[in-house]
Design a protein around this ligand. Structure first.
Ligand code: KG4
Length: 330
């Protein structure tokens, strides 16, 4: 089955062509990061406009790289939620136009399902599993009893973990997106700053207190005329974040009697998180983390999710499919 994937939920315009949920023939990702960096974050209106400028070119490039004709595609998988509404609508409209022109069925994909199924490109996903979904907009623990079966068992009460990384980076003057920079700095820092570890019930999370503690600490040191040791602060922050994420994931595995862990979303690119999962694994868990190119937003993961959604649901959307800024994992 040849699936065309389309992703435009935030600031990446991406189109991919994937065979049988595994073989990535093309995965074109056109990032707008350079445009948004000067604003310190994604400006929704600017993102939508750039998707409009780019989307046709990205479609064309994907077909060129895959050496596939549009007629050969079996179905179009497209991100329809959640995300920036203007951005989502551009990708969705492009996908629907393609489907109409070539008479192809449409598979509606929730963005977080895409992140989870990014793991199926390089690993065999086994069930039951616990998925830790950590991105710029979401932090969730998901129990997957079976393929394409999602039960959210925990989520953040306030900031998403990627959002906290980005805000901490902004205060430290490290630019946008902050996650990769803070992660890199943390590698050369020492855990010297004492930061609060938020206690949160069950499998839920809260990162706003930790984020505020870092921001207050930075401001206080500045007012006192003390230089902040940025590497050490990054290492101290990352240590608390990864401890929470890893502990809660293992706790969820114990509660649901699961031995398969799936890590997904932009923050799954974090080196400290990977190291901590490996360190805490007593050897009885299978822990899947995508390689960096599939951690952040891309359309290959949407095409792959489309393939597995079809195996489970066997239904398609029609041209009335709409986009939603907020929607729970279906
Ligand atoms: O999944 P994603 O590409 O977009 C969303 O759907 O949100 O995630 C983007 C987020 C940003 O907040 C970015 O700072 C964070 O992922 N991120 C990281 C790392 N790489 C990206 N956070 C921590 N460490 C990283 N290495």
């Amino acid at each position: 089955m040849l699936i065309l994937g389309v992703e435009s939920s935030c600031d990446e315009t991406s189109v991919a062509i994937v065979r049988d949920g595994k073989e990535v023939l093309a995965n074109v990702v056109l990032s707008q990061i350079d445009i948004h960096t000067k604003f310190g974050g994604v400006v929704p209106e600017v993102a939508s406009r750039n998707h409009v400028y780019q989307v046709s070119l990205v479609f064309k490039e994907a077909f060129t790289r895959a050496a596939i004709k549009p007629e050969e595609i079996d179905a179009v998988a497209v991100t329809y939620a959640p995300g920036l509404i203007g951005s989502l609508l551009v990708g969705l409209t492009a996908a629907k136009t393609f489907a109409l022109m070539y008479n192809k069925p449409i598979i509606p994909i929730h963005h977080l399902a895409g992140h989870i199924y990014a793991n199926a490109i390089e690993h065999e996903m086994k069930f039951p599993a616990i998925a830790l979904v950590v991105s710029g907009g979401n932090t969730e623990l998901v129990y997957m009893k079976d393929n394409y079966d999602f039960a959210i068992i925990g989520e953040t009460y306030d900031d998403a973990v990627g959002e906290s990384y980005d805000k901490v980076a902004r205060v430290l003057g490290l630019g946008y997106p902050g996650g990769p920079v803070v992660d890199k700095m943390a590698q050369s820092g020492k855990i010297t700053y004492k930061l609060p570890k938020p206690y949160v019930d069950n499998f839920n999370f809260s990162f706003s207190g930790l984020k505020s503690a870092v921001i207050n600490l930075a401001h206080n040191e500045e007012q006192r005329g003390n230089a902040i040791r940025k590497e050490d602060l990054a290492a101290s922050f990352q240590d608390v974040v990864t401890e929470i994420l890893v502990n809660k994931t293992f706790k969820a595995c114990a509660a649901y009697n699961v031995k398969n862990i799936i890590v997904a979303g932009g923050v799954s690119a974090n080196k400290g998180l990977k190291e901590r999962f490996n360190k805490e694994n007593d050897g009885s868990y299978t822990i899947n983390i995508p390689s960096i190119k599939y951690c952040t937003d891309n359309a290959a993961m949407i095409a792959v999710a489309g393939y597995y959604r079809q195996q489970k649901k066997k239904d398609f959307a029609d041209l009335s499919l709409n986009a939603y800024a907020n929607l729970e994992l279906e």
